[in-house]
Write a protein that binds this ligand. Structure first.
Ligand SMILES: [Zn+2]
Length: 242
C-alpha cells in the first residue's frame, strides 16, 4: 500500500469539506469502505449525501427470494445505516445489481445529484484500479467521474437546473476509494469503529450472522491501520481536479 515517497495525510485531507457526496454501487458499499470517515465527518457537521447506483437486488444466496422484495429490504437497511452514521439523505438510482454500466443515462442521473446537493467533495470508487473485479464498482466510479465536468456546464441537461435548489455543480475535490493505486490519505477510524461495524450490520440481509461476517473488513482496515500504526484505518487516493 503506497510507496515511501507517497506523502500521506489523515482526516485533515477533508478539513475544508462542508458538503460531501458519496457515489457507490451497492447499498452497503459506503458503510464497509468508508463508514468510519463518513461518521467522523458527520460529527464535524458535514452534510453528507449517499448515492447508491443499484438496488442491490441480486445480493443474496437465499434461493426463492424475489428481487423486488430484496431491493425493498436493502433500501430500508440503507436508511437505517444512514441514521447511524449521520448521513442526511440516501438516493438510489434504481439500476439492477450486477448490470451497472457507465452509460450516458447514469452520468446524467449523477450529474443531477451534484447539481441538487451542491456538494463540494466527491468520494467514489477508483475505476482505474486494475484489481477492481466488480463491474458495478468500476461503472459507478467511472460514471461519477464522467459526470463531474458536464455538470458544471449550463448547456448540459439544462432542465436539471430548473429543479428547486439546483445550480451548477460545485465539486472541487475528488477522493477515490477501494484502490491500491498508491493511496495517499490514511484516516484513523479506530475511535468510531464500533459505529462503522454497527452501520454495516444494519445490512442484515448481507451479514446475517452478524459480526463474524465482517472479518474480511476488519482485516482490510487493520492492514491499512498498520501503515500508520493505528488499529483501523480507511484509505483514499486524491484525484487532482479543477
Ligand atoms: Zn459493492
Amino acid at each position: 500500500m503506497g510507496t515511501p515517497e507517497t506523502k500521506r495525510v489523515g482526516l485533515e485531507a477533508f478539513a475544508e469539506v462542508q458538503r460531501l457526496i458519496v457515489v457507490a454501487a451497492h447499498p452497503d458499499d459506503l458503510e464497509c469502505i468508508c463508514g468510519g470517515t463518513v461518521a467522523m465527518l458527520a460529527e464535524r457537521g458535514v452534510e453528507i449525501f449517499s448515492v447508491n447506483c443499484t438496488l442491490g437486488d441480486i445480493g443474496t444466496r437465499e434461493a426463492g427470494i424475489l428481487r423486488p422484495a430484496l431491493a425493498a429490504t436493502r433500501l430500508a437497511e440503507a436508511e437505517e445505516a444512514a441514521r447511524l452514521l449521520g448521513i442526511r439523505r440516501v438516493y438510489n438510482l434504481g439500476h439492477h445489481d450486477g448490470e451497472l454500466v457507465a452509460s450516458l443515462e447514469l452520468r446524467a442521473q449523477i450529474a443531477r445529484l451534484y447539481r441538487l446537493t451542491q456538494a463540494d467533495t466527491l468520494l467514489t470508487f477508483d475505476p482505474y484500479w486494475p484489481g477492481q473485479i466488480h463491474p458495478d464498482h468500476r461503472a459507478a466510479g467511472q460514471a461519477a467521474l464522467d459526470a463531474y465536468m458536464p455538470s458544471k456546464m449550463p448547456l448540459y441537461r439544462p432542465e436539471q437546473l430548473a429543479e428547486n435548489g439546483a445550480d451548477l455543480c460545485r465539486l472541487t475535490r475528488v477522493f477515490l476509494f477501494s484502490t491500491q493505486r498508491e493511496p495517499d490519505v490514511f484516516v484513523d477510524v479506530s475511535a468510531v469503529y464500533e459505529r462503522k461495524v454497527a452501520a454495516c450490520l444494519a445490512h442484515r440481509s448481507q451479514f446475517p450472522e452478524g459480526e463474524k461476517n465482517l472479518d474480511w473488513m476488519k482485516e482490510m482496515d487493520a492492514r491499512a491501520g498498520e501503515e500508520i500504526q493505528v488499529p483501523y484505518a480507511e484509505v483514499f487516493k486524491t484525484m487532482p481536479v479543477w
